[in-house]
Design a protein around this ligand. Structure first.
Ligand SMILES: *Cc1c(COP(=O)(O)O)cnc(C)c1O
Length: 389
């Protein structure tokens, strides 16, 4: 993809003494998320040069995304993590501005528990709890029974948080069941669908499943690293709009959402990146990764002390066979190399190449490598493999 990192270091990086990174990890916030396309970048720059009402911009942007996805209502937010904090907050406060202002203090909030299944333990719960909600867990590491879940849906529960990528794993109740049981008890369900943007028909499925609020991260559709959106019931999305950073200075309530601020450029880029993502020829995108992965694998096959394979590094860091986005490099026994020693050697050289290790496998994910960077990536790999031979 031509849109990826420029071959020469940006002048601002040079000035700050920052080395450009060849990112063979994939989409990770610590390497900057993703790269916006030239058209999205231009639109973002233009938006930055022209003032607008942020309230209007967010309202229209939400409407535009709602129309693209065929969902009820949308609010653009600075990432899925902020989306989780705001969604859980909205479930606690409703439209009560006084309660909104008190968060994360929930002493006057009638329902302040966030319910999750034990089998769904994951790091982003932390972001949902920024709202001030207290975590209540149900089930155990082997699963959750319907009886236990029903009993846990008490008067104190503000909402259930359901991470979509863990759906039905570890014996947990599926989203469909969770929605049914929670709604029977009059309790909303918040879904973390941060990376459920491919295949693109996944995007709207959580609305169809009955989720009340669903959070997405723009980093997974080539939007800004600090972009994302929440879709859901109109009323809940309207509450999120009251809780977010807008109208902090001009409105009656000083709400913690002020700390989740967005720039005009990030709002515009989130909408446009999603539009491009929906229109993109994803078959040819994946075919490109496969073609390049095979070429890179072939260049390592010759006389180097590794076995090389191509495959798919999933977003939760599992290695499966397809679709191909990566090269898997496994150092031969007795070669003196290990996946982590290769990773360190690649990181230390120039340009620095960042990679992922999964067990004994060094993974080079090409989704975030510019095609023009393939050559330097190949050369650095060959160099580190030839060293200490
Ligand atoms: C990246 C990620 C998030 C956080 O999204 P941001 O947009 O970076 O805040 C939340 N949940 C999952 C599963 C993620 O992968």
């Amino acid at each position: 993809m031509e849109s990826l990192a420029p071959a020469n270091s940006p002048s601002a990086y040079r000035e700050l003494g920052i080395a450009p990174v060849v990112n063979a990890c994939g989409i990770y916030t610590e390497w900057g998320g993703s790269v916006m396309s030239p058209t999205v970048r231009t639109a973002a720059t233009e938006a930055n040069a022209t003032w607008a009402s942020i309230t209007d911009l967010l309202d229209r942007s939400g409407e535009a995304i709602a129309e693209m996805l065929g969902v009820e209502a949308v609010r653009v937010v600075p990432g899925a993590s902020a989306g989780l904090a705001l969604s859980v907050s909205a479930c606690m406060t409703g439209h009560d501005g006084r309660l909104m202002e008190q968060l994360p203090n929930t002493s006057e909030v009638p329902r302040d528990q966030l319910l999750m299944q034990v089998g769904h333990r994951y790091i982003y719960t932390r972001c949902a709890l920024m709202s001030g909600a207290a975590l209540t867990e149900v089930g155990d590491s082997t699963g959750t029974s319907e009886e236990a879940f029903r009993a846990a849906l008490t008067q104190d529960v503000a909402c259930v948080l359901h991470p979509a990528h863990l759906d039905a794993q570890n014996g947990t109740l599926s989203l469909d069941r969770v929605v049914e049981l929670a709604h029977d008890a009059g309790i909303p369900v918040v879904v973390d669908a941060a990376y459920m943007s491919f295949p693109t028909d996944l995007l709207a499925q959580f609305a169809r499943a009955g989720a009340d609020a669903t959070c997405f991260s723009a980093k997974y559709f080539w939007g800004p690293n600090a972009g994302g959106f929440v879709y859901g019931r109109k009323d809940l999305i309207a509450t999120i709009a009251e809780l977010d950073f807008t109208c902090f200075e001009s409105g009656p309530h000083q709400i913690f959402g002020r700390a989740f601020k967005m720039d005009r450029s990030a709002i515009v880029a989130t909408v446009l990146a999603l539009r491009e993502w929906l229109a993109m020829d994803h078959d040819s995108r994946w075919a490109g990764y496969q073609r390049r992965a095979i070429r890179l694998a072939d260049s390592l096959a010759d006389g180097l002390p590794v076995s090389v394979d191509v495959g798919f590094l999933t977003l939760d860091e599992r290695l499966v066979s397809d679709p191909v986005n990566s090269v898997f490099v496994r150092p031969s026994p007795g070669s003196g190399h290990s996946a982590t020693s290769l990773q360190a050697a690649l990181a230390e050289g120039t340009p620095t190449v960042r990679t992922v290790t999964v067990g004994d496998t060094l993974v080079l994910c090409l989704e975030t490598v510019g095609e023009h960077e393939d050559e330097v990536l190949t050369r650095r790999l060959q160099d580190v493999l030839r060293a200490e031979e």
